[in-house]
Design a protein around this ligand. Structure first.
Ligand code: G6P
Length: 372
């Protein structure tokens, strides 16, 4: 009913605007004023976490993209090797697991069969399994050794939005907590990032206040046959997620590439008027990557691409090459996916609506897939 949708035509629209609250609720009670993290409910003792030699993240769909982002953060902050794999591939390739492996299963529903089967397999191999989940008491957390719940509240729209942002928050919390208990040498950086993470709800709110032009842009592109997405570093999984959203909601062909791979093939696809969405890394600490992606934007634009650039507010270096410029607040690179994903969600949702699609119930998809 209209009341359930809080006055919006679709749950997805409501769930997108609920994201500042969802992020705040997922941080609530976990980040102390002095930066100490409390994740006791996770049920894995610091002594156990100190024994971990490898992390393997398994998930499907959008949750898999959260896992890809987590890898960058966890390896950087914790110096523990971290692999990410789609759950449906995992147990069929004889993966190497033991008691010193921590498997992180990310599933908003806690019911995806592919992920559940991977969890069961990992536990048979004696790995420790930690679930990140949005549904209390669902199967995956019940069958795991520990769980960190996201507090996004119920998500009705089939395409994940607020659960994705809160999965990212949960991944960051786990990475930062691991870094703290393992006393890695990044103490100062870790503490600074914890402070930044605590400010994320405001920044998510800020982005939501500036996405109006993204809606107009999306409507203008509803006749396009294909849209490409480019990113580097954590912007690459953000690009993958942007492309997935467009497939799911707008039934459009969309593909994402690591911007550095462009020259190894995909640049052949660029032709006049082709829309290409580019996620530009924060300048802070990633100057080299920033400059490289700016030259990628120049290259594709010289070949006729219509460039849609998501970059930090005030980043003047990209302006000359951006047909459309979408500004987002400055945050540390590793946290940028939390805010850079939002224009992508709005873009896909609005484009789908312009095509007359039901964004809450896209064709052929289910909210949770309970078959392998
Ligand atoms: C389904 C949904 C996707 C979701 C995926 C994983 O395919 O349509 O939106 O990302 O399942 O779901 P999970 O509940 O395991 O996160």
């Amino acid at each position: 009913s209209a009341a359930e949708k809080g006055g919006y035509d679709y749950f997805m629209l409501k769930e997108i605007v609920e994201q500042p609250q969802a992020v705040a609720d997922t941080l609530l009670g976990r980040v102390g004023v002095d930066g100490t993290l409390t994740l006791d409910e996770m049920r894995l003792a610091p002594s156990e976490l100190r024994e971990i030699e490898k992390i393997v993240i398994i998930a499907c769909g959008t949750s898999y993209h959260a896992g890809l982002i987590a890898k960058y953060a966890i390896e950087h902050w914790c110096r523990v090797p971290c692999e990410v794999e789609v759950a449906s591939e995992f147990r069929y390739r004889d993966p190497i697991l033991n008691r010193q492996t921590m498997v992180i299963a990310i599933s908003q529903s806690g019911e995806s069969m592919d992920t559940l089967m991977a969890v069961r397999y990992a536990r048979e191999q004696r790995a420790r399994v930690l679930a990140i989940c949005n549904v209390n008491g669902s199967t995956i957390p019940r069958e795991s050794d520990g769980v960190l719940y996201t507090h996004a509240g119920p998500e009705v729209g089939v395409a994940a939005t607020k659960t994705f942002l809160t999965q990212l928050v949960a991944c960051y919390l786990i990475g930062l907590y691991l870094a703290q208990v393992r006393n890695t040498k990044f103490g100062d950086e870790v503490n600074a990032v914890i402070g930044q993470l605590a400010r994320m709800p405001e920044q998510v709110q800020e982005v939501l206040g500036t996405v109006g032009p993204v809606r107009e842009l999306a409507r203008s592109l509803s006749g396009s046959g294909t849209v490409l997405f480019l990113g580097r570093h954590v912007g690459y999984p953000v690009a993958l997620e942007g492309a997935l959203k467009l497939k799911e909601l707008a039934y459009m062909h969309a593909e994402a590439f690591a911007a550095g791979e462009l020259k190894h093939g995909p640049i052949a696809l660029i032709e006049d008027g082709l829309p290409v969405v580019v996620v530009v890394p924060s300048r802070e600490g990633r100057g080299v990557l920033h400059d490289k992606i700016v030259s990628n934007i120049q290259e594709i634009r010289a070949r006729g691409a219509r460039t849609i650039v998501i970059a930090e507010e005030g980043d003047e270096t990209v302006r000359p090459y951006a047909d459309e410029l979408i500004g987002i607040p400055s945050v540390p690179t590793l946290l940028q996916p939390i805010i850079a994903s939002i224009p992508m969600q709005v873009f896909a949702c609005e484009l789908a609506l312009a095509k007359g699609n039901d964004v809450d119930r896209p064709r052929n998809l289910a909210k949770s897939v309970t078959v392998e």
